[in-house]
Unconditional design. Structure first.
Length: 371
């Protein structure tokens, strides 16, 4: 109670000084434009401090009230987080109902010399679009594992077959014997900002819409006898990493996942400006803000909705999406869920010396082990 009282007195003092003493040090006169601007800024600072305390400082205490995890067995654990999974779906991701309204249109398509098919599946007013390709088979060893390869913002399905941060990883998967499904998601910041505004008005989210698009594509693709529906993985970079983390809790057909250049100390990433990383609050990427996210779903908590399925987290020390020691801190919390179930071998952190990129060899080894 005493700390609360002192805190309020401090905020009141800050508010008074902020509205009366401008940056130049001279007192602003009541009624002046400068006084009114200072008063408005002081109020904004109060609101930010209040929300920052709620979202960051009070997160652990608050979130603990929402989670009642039971580590006595894997089945018990999955049942214990089911209410949280339902809130993740209904409060944060909010996938709409989009059903197939026609047969998929398949056309031959070549990306960077790789032959496959471009699929367009009608879902009422929208379509689900993806590129699918199969490896060259020397012999028939039965159905193949499938990897959903998800590109990031500013990129396209084609990007995953090129160099740069993606290191040709879709092509590397094909060469390693995996079929690949490469969905097309909305790519630019401006477009995602605009559509996400409309999504909030409609009480849905763009990741929710894109999840439903991929789920409908999986209905079609997994009926192909060349694919083993029990060996489906997902590998996303950046915004594709967001998709992997957002979708896996709600799509059990994805048996193992790799989150590259996305997993983060989410409270800091969203709310706390810091010279060591880029805080989303300081950017124009409003598409990255989702209702209810930091009520109970920081990244380590979302991982508990993926558990017990295998998960690889990848981060580069030169990647300014996060300060890498904070990634390790959050990962250690996430790992505890697996450790308490005695399945810690199913989660791993790849911390490399590069930047915003995938780790190809480690990713291929991960899928060889689990798929």
């Amino acid at each position: 109670m005493r700390h609360f009282l002192y805190g309020n007195i401090f905020l009141a003092l800050v508010f008074f000084l902020a509205i009366t003493i401008p940056a130049g040090g001279q007192e602003a006169l009541p009624g002046s434009a400068e006084f009114e601007e200072n008063r408005n800024k002081a109020y904004a600072d109060q609101l930010e401090m209040y929300l920052r305390q709620m979202l960051v400082d009070q997160y652990v205490e608050r979130a603990n009230k929402y989670w009642t995890r039971d580590y006595s067995s894997i089945d018990a654990f999955k049942r214990s987080v089911e209410p949280n999974r339902r809130r993740w779906e209904s409060v944060v991701v909010k996938p709409p109902l989009l059903q197939k309204t026609g047969s998929p249109e398949r056309t031959p398509h070549i990306i960077e010399g790789v032959s496959g098919e471009w699929i367009e599946l009608p879902l009422g007013p929208v379509t689900a679009q993806a590129f699918i390709a199969f490896p060259e088979r020397v012999d028939d060893d039965g159905p193949l594992p499938l990897i959903i390869v998800q590109h990031g913002i500013g990129s396209t399905p084609e990007t995953t077959f090129r160099g740069g941060n993606y290191h040709f990883y879709a092509r590397e998967l094909l060469d390693a014997g995996y079929a690949v499904l490469v969905p097309m998601n909305l790519r630019s910041v401006d477009y995602r900002n605009r559509i996400e505004r409309l999504c909030r008005l409609a009480d849905t989210s763009l990741p929710g819409i894109e999840l439903v698009r991929v789920q409908n594509l999986l209905d079609i693709v997994l009926a192909d006898q060349r694919i083993d529906p029990e060996r489906v993985g997902m590998w996303g970079l950046s915004l594709g990493g967001l998709a992997t983390m957002f979708w896996m809790p709600l799509e059990p057909r994805i048996k193992a996942g790799i989150v590259s250049a996305w997993f983060n100390h989410r409270r800091n990433k969203m709310v706390i400006p810091d010279d060591r990383y880029t805080c989303f609050l300081e950017t124009r990427e409003e598409h990255a803000f989702f209702t209810g996210w930091l009520v109970e779903f920081t990244d380590s908590d979302v991982v508990s909705l993926i558990c017990p399925r295998p998960l690889q987290v990848v981060h580069g020390k030169k990647d300014r999406i996060a300060h890498w020691p904070q990634v390790i801190e959050e990962y250690e919390v996430a790992r505890k869920h697996y450790e308490k179930l005695d399945i810690e071998d199913r989660i791993e952190l790849i911390m490399h010396e590069g930047g915003h990129s995938v780790a190809v060899e480690e990713g291929l080894a991960f899928f060889r082990k689990w798929l």
